[in-house]
Design a protein around this ligand. Structure first.
Ligand code: C6P
Length: 414
């Protein structure tokens, strides 16, 4: 699949917004402003129609049936794998493993790679800004293997302390697992540099790309990570589907994570042998409809062009930060110069959940809380933040409505 080289100036984002009927409704008596895209983005009609067509006319199980319908479903399912491989520029489609999402992808690596490669005293480096999905699986495996978790600290601006990272790397480091774009701060991390340093040290690297792939062109070969994880529902696709990219030579050496149908070669009660990569990691009936819906979402994004999407969102996020900075008493949490598509903020005397509830009453949907990233909120001494997160279909008017809404919240508490 060739990337469309669309320029932001030539893309009609007002027209694109009409592909999302959910955005034209009123909620609580106001036109909806949807600024919770980091949690889940919305689905365009093209993807909804593709899913509907599959369910009406193509639904069947894959890799099993001799019949034509099963063959059609299998073709569409495997076509999705080719599309994902091309979207992130993996070296081969065998490097694309279907999972249920980023969380599942990371658990797969932690259990399959971690349980076989970690011993007592080995080290896993995470960062202070990780999502719980990239903390807890490693802790669970560390408990079983005796490995030790080390943490890269975050600076006051919300950037990784790269000097501290270099000092943490040692011959004991078996894995470096780091977030690409922080879902709590918006920071874009220098993943290529992180990977290069880890590889010079002989350590494997996993990048949690859940908040990166929806917003910028990601080239896994250029980044060079051994594993890269992301979710479909944050990039105009369905829930319950995600991807683990892994370098083939590593995947080939790793044991299966789950057992069951489809992941086997031969089964006897004495001994079972396994299918090849990637199928040995995909036990049971996979998320067939979701993979086909995701394939359609990738077509949709490619049609707009990831470069145009990134430029559009950079423009919007600059405007978001500029407008939020005008609000007296509002403090941004995370002020990196390398920011993507979201902003988190707090007030000294207004709790984030009050901000979220009162905005919702005005039709503005944001997320409040710890964003499944409690350690980084603790680092900034806040129990919760309000977070506005953007997609390419948002507008400056959406941001103005958010700011008007926040000013109303402030006046409510004065
Ligand atoms: N973040 C949010 O920020 P799943 O639920 O498996 O699709 O994705 C988990 C996940 C992993 N890493 C990062 C960086 C993430 O942002 C997320 C999901 C959502 O609102 C829900 S906590």
């Amino acid at each position: 699949m060739k990337q469309a080289v669309s320029d932001i100036a030539t893309v009609d984002f007002d027209k694109i917004r009409k592909d999302f009927p959910i955005l034209s409704q009123e909620l609580n008596g106001h036109p909806l402003v949807y600024l919770d895209n980091a949690a889940s983005s919305q689905i365009p009609v093209q993807v909804a129609e593709r899913l509907d067509h599959y369910h009406r006319y193509e639904h069947s199980n894959v890799h099993r049936g001799i019949h034509t319908l099963s063959q059609k479903a299998t073709d569409a399912f495997e076509e999705a794998r080719r599309k994902v491989h091309s979207f992130i520029n993996a070296a081969s489609e065998d490097e694309i493993i279907y999972t249920t999402g980023t969380t599942d992808s990371i658990n797969l690596v932690a259990n399959s790679f971690g349980l076989t490669n970690f011993s007592e005293g080995d080290e896993v480096i995470l960062s202070e800004m990780e999502h719980h999905a990239n903390i807890v699986p490693w802790q669970m495996v560390a408990e079983k293997t005796g490995a030790v978790i080390k943490v890269i600290p975050v600076t006051d601006s919300g950037d990784l302390d790269m000097k501290a990272y270099k000092q943490l790397l040692s011959p004991k480091t078996k894995m470096v697992a780091v977030i690409h774009v922080s879902n709590a701060l918006g920071t874009v991390n220098p993943v290529k540099e992180i990977v290069d340093l880890a590889h010079e040290n002989g350590s494997a690297v996993l990048i949690d790309g859940a908040q990166a792939v929806p917003h910028q062109k990601v080239d896994v070969q250029e980044i060079g990570a051994d594993f890269y994880a992301f979710s479909a529902h944050k990039m105009c696709g369905p829930t319950g589907f995600g991807v683990l990219y892994g370098r083939k030579e590593l995947l080939d050496m790793m044991p299966p994570y789950r057992g069951g149908g489809d992941m086997i070669d031969k089964v006897t009660f004495e001994k079972t042998t396994y299918n090849v990569t990637p199928f040995k990691f995909e036990a049971g009936t996979p998320p067939i409809a979701a993979s086909i819906g995701f394939s359609s979402a990738l077509d949709y994004l490619e049609n707009i062009g990831m470069k145009a999407i990134e430029d559009r969102e950079n423009e919007l996020v600059s405007y978001l930060v500029e407008r939020l900075s005008e609000i007296g008493g509002l403090k941004l949490v995370g002020e990196s110069e390398n920011r993507a598509s979201l902003a988190s903020f707090v007030f000294d005397h207004i709790h984030a959940s009050d901000v979220g509830t009162l905005l919702d009453k005005q039709g503005v949907a944001i997320r409040t809380g710890h964003h499944c990233a409690q350690p980084i909120l603790r680092r900034f001494n806040v129990p919760a933040t309000s977070r506005a997160s953007l997609s390419f279909y948002n507008t400056k008017e959406d941001i103005d409505r958010l700011v008007d809404g926040i000013n109303y919240v402030k006046s409510f508490f004065e």
